[in-house]
Design a binder for this molecule. Structure first.
Ligand code: GLN
Ligand code: ZN
Length: 761
């Protein structure tokens, strides 16, 4: 039967109510035995497979599931275990697997970094130049057989392709790339071979790196690799999957020697679609058409999507077309059906993973059985989308007017940094190498439970507030005891750095279970920006001024920046992202004014998500960065001279955005550095940076308490490049996920390290 197939590139791991996260954490706390843990995970996994089958997906992915991260899975599968974990070879026990991700008492965790332009973080594989990969286990085979035997599903195993995998890894000499690839490809072939023998028809090999800049040589390399992989099996069909953006060399990519090619038809303004119209698509190949947006949560306009697919049918045979989302659904929440409290106008216009799969199947059904069979479905969705578009929340004249007012004004601080620096020195009287932290302090179970009780109405506002104040009080005293120079209020009142602000701003909606995995067991619940954004009353003044009232040391005001609020939300698509960012920036500008009016003159505006929003396509980066600078300055530059603006970013690839960092014109920036093992410092060597900077001196992602010497040496290393007058001493990121004792100990060591160095210089 000639039939269009439905598929998906990947499905969320975390479960409808984050069961996956809870199971993982129970295991880490040793509340579950290993076998209980594994069987619980198996249940979750097979339930999800079953669900996808019930929705009617033809090609169901297997092996996209992970106990932590799929890049780490790939590294472990091929035996790339960093030496410091002293693995003797052979199968990798899950304890070791988690140690690589999270660190242990003897060894630091592997670095973690953002997965392309998403907020998902993967564990960076560490590969030595002379590494000898071995197949430690064929996890794909395991998952394939599980689906087949338990559910009768002939799944589509998914694996990260060898080229992307190696390009995302670090530790080896560039010249060794081809050599390593040569060693790796036979192992991939072995994996495919075993899958084929077990009855697999398809395998999805992900090569997202193809959407980043590629040279002709790279493409040639792809040709060789995939030639040997496809030839290494007889009937197994390789689907070479790309996502997030359009591919760099369309013609060459679609003619790579594999059975099928998967393309993103949503992002990059449909560039893949344009290329396809222009250059066609090879008749002998399958086309996996990523027409449903896997990165956002709005219902699709099925009418347009249907027309797109129909057009594709003039290029590909019906039985060679696969309908699917643009990327793995890992990046969207699981299902809208559990949302009970949302305004129906919003809810009806939303589409999470399960609904996206329904959209996929509806489209495939229409193509197979005729459009009339899905007409009702199309109409219903169109009606819901229109209702939201026309709602008053999206048409706030005053908000739009204010953005318009700023159009011709350049947001800029009135005094140059060099003069501001002197003003700040006199105003704050801080020692050299001032010590501080990033904003949040341990959010203990008690705090999270208190918030829950308050949200459920079991605690009154007053009671909850005094509870928060007590914690703030304790920690202000504790920070003073530790000897920190600049204090924070601790963010105890905040659930999440974006959600907290979104709840106080107009134009945001919140889901109950709309979680997505960020890294490991950590999930985030991005707010939904559905309308025009504005601020009606102060958001943070009460907590910050309370904390400041308890101490003579400066307490930093703590805000989340416009780009981060945008990048960590699901954003409406009827106006440009930049327009939305400006609305947010103006709201923050007002908040900053409120803080200043209340005598808070050190204000940190976090932008941890600035880098991750960087478009993959180089041509688009400049505009994005300019807009980011504009928005940050729109929010922060109307302050008085004595106000010191801080910002914080938690990642280490700074090279390419160095100029942007400078242009933000923040007086102090704190950034992640501990996990990147010092690589970052060379970026500062290359460019002279004069403003205040705090390179994280210890990794907060791990419970390990680093010693004084260790932190001293990381400070000293930074001082080779940075002037002591500009250097701040702080951890890598917020301390929210850490325990009280480990935090106190680590901070004491940090303060001591700073003290000892002050004496030496
Ligand atoms: N101020 C925030 C905190 O400390 C920053 C978090 C972040 O960088 N992601 O939690
Ligand atoms: Zn951070």
């Amino acid at each position: 039967m000639t039939k269009v197939l439905s598929s998906t590139i990947g499905y969320p791991r975390i479960g409808e109510k984050r069961e996956w996260k809870k199971t993982l954490e129970q295991f880490w706390k040793e509340n579950l035995t290993k076998s209980e843990f594994l069987s619980e995970m198996e249940n979750l996994r097979t339930n999800d497979l079953q669900k996808q089958q019930d929705i009617g997906i033809d090609l169901i992915p297997v092996g996209d599931f992970s106990l932590y991260d799929h890049v780490l899975d790939t590294a472990v599968m091929f035996g790339f275990i960093p030496d410091r974990f002293q693995h003797k070879g052979g199968e990798v026990p899950i304890e070791l697997y988690f140690d690589i991700a999270r660190g242990n008492d003897e060894a630091v965790a592997s670095e973690m970094t953002k997965w392309f332009n998403t907020n998902y973080h993967y564990i960076v594989p560490e590969i030595e130049s002379d590494a000898q990969p071995t197949l430690t286990e064929n996890r794909l085979l395991h998952y394939f057989l599980e689906a087949k035997e338990k559910l009768g599903i002939i799944g589509k195993p998914v694996i990260l392709g060898p080229v992307s995998f190696l390009k995302l890894a670090k530790g080896y000499e560039k010249e060794e790339f081809k050599n390593l690839l040569k060693k790796l490809v036979p192992l991939y072939i072995q994996v495919l071979h075993e899958l084929e023998r077990a009855g697999a028809e398809w395998v999805q090999v992900d090569e997202p790196i193809l959407t980043t800049p590629m040279t002709k040589d790279d493409i040639q390399l792809f040709r060789e690799v995939y030639d040997s992989m496809q030839n290494g099996v007889s009937s197994l069909k390789i689907l070479l999957q790309t996502y997030f953006e359009s591919v760099d060399h369309y013609k060459e990519v679609v003619s790579l020697p594999v059975a099928g090619i998967g393309l993103d038809f949503v992002h990059d303004e449909g560039a893949n679609l344009d290329s396809l119209k222009k250059h066609g698509f090879p008749r002998d190949k399958y086309l996996a058409a990523g027409v449903i947006n896997g990165r956002n949560i709005w219902s699709e306009d099925l009418d347009t999507k249907y027309a797109q697919l129909e057009h594709l049918l003039s290029e590909v045979e019906k039985d060679r077309l696969i309908v699917q989302p643009s990327c793995s659904l890992l990046h969207v929440p699981v299902t809208v059906t559990t949302e009970q409290d949302l305004d129906p106008v919003i809810k009806n216009a939303l589409s999470f993973a399960d609904q996206k799969l329904e959209e996929v199947t509806v489209l495939a059904e229409g193509l197979n059985d005729g459009r009339h069979t899905i007409e009702k479905n199309i109409e219903e969705r169109t009606r819901c989308i229109e209702l939201l578009w026309k709602s008053s929340s999206r048409n706030q004249a005053d908000v739009q007017k204010e953005v318009e007012l700023w159009k011709d004004i350049e947001p800029k601080r009135s005094t140059h940094y060099s003069s501001r620096q002197k003003i700040h020195q006199d105003y704050f009287e801080l020692p050299l190498l001032p010590t501080t932290t990033i904003g949040s302090l341990p959010q203990t179970k008690e705090i999270r439970q208190a918030r829950l009780k308050w949200r459920r109405g079991e605690w009154s506002d007053e009671y909850y507030q005094s509870f928060i104040e007590e914690n703030t009080y304790e920690w202000i005293k504790r920070q003073e005891e530790i000897g920190l120079d600049v204090l924070i209020h601790g963010e105890f009142e905040r659930n999440d750095m974006v959600e907290f602000f979104g709840e106080k701003l107009d134009g945001f909606a919140f889901t109950r279970y709309g979680w997505v995995q960020s890294y490991g067991s950590r999930c985030v619940k991005p707010p939904v920006i559905y309308g025009d954004v504005s601020l009606t009353k102060p958001m943070t003044v009460k907590e910050i001024t309370y904390a400041q009232s308890l101490t003579k040391k400066p307490v930093k005001g703590m805000l989340t920046g416009p780009i981060t609020i945008l990048n960590w939300s699901f954003v409406r698509e009827d106006i440009s992202k930049f327009e939305v960012t400006k609305q947010i920036a103006l709201a923050l500008q007002k908040e900053i004014r409120f803080l200043e009016e209340n005598n808070i003159h050190m204000i940190q505006v976090d932008e941890p998500a600035l880098r991750e929003g960087l478009p993959i396509k180089v041509e688009k980066q400049k505009e994005y960065l300019e807009e980011a600078v504009y928005a940050f300055r729109l929010a922060t530059s109307s302050v008085h001279d004595e106000t010191q603006i801080h910002t914080h970013m938690c990642y280490s690839e700074f090279g390419e955005i160095m100029d942007t960092i400078d242009q933000l014109d923040a007086d102090v920036i704190s950034i992640e550095a501990a996990r990147s093992h010092g690589e970052l410092i060379s970026d500062f060597e290359k460019k002279s940076y004069e403003k205040g900077i705090g390179l994280g001196v210890y990794d907060i992602h791990s419970p390990r308490v680093p010693g004084v010497n260790e932190m001293e040496s990381s400070i000293l290393r930074a001082l080779d490049v940075l002037h002591p007058r500009q250097f701040w001493v702080n951890p890598d990121c917020g301390l929210k996920t850490r325990g009280i004792n480990e935090t106190t100990d680590a901070l004491k060591n940090m303060v001591e390290a700073a003290r000892q160095i002050r004496e030496k210089i």
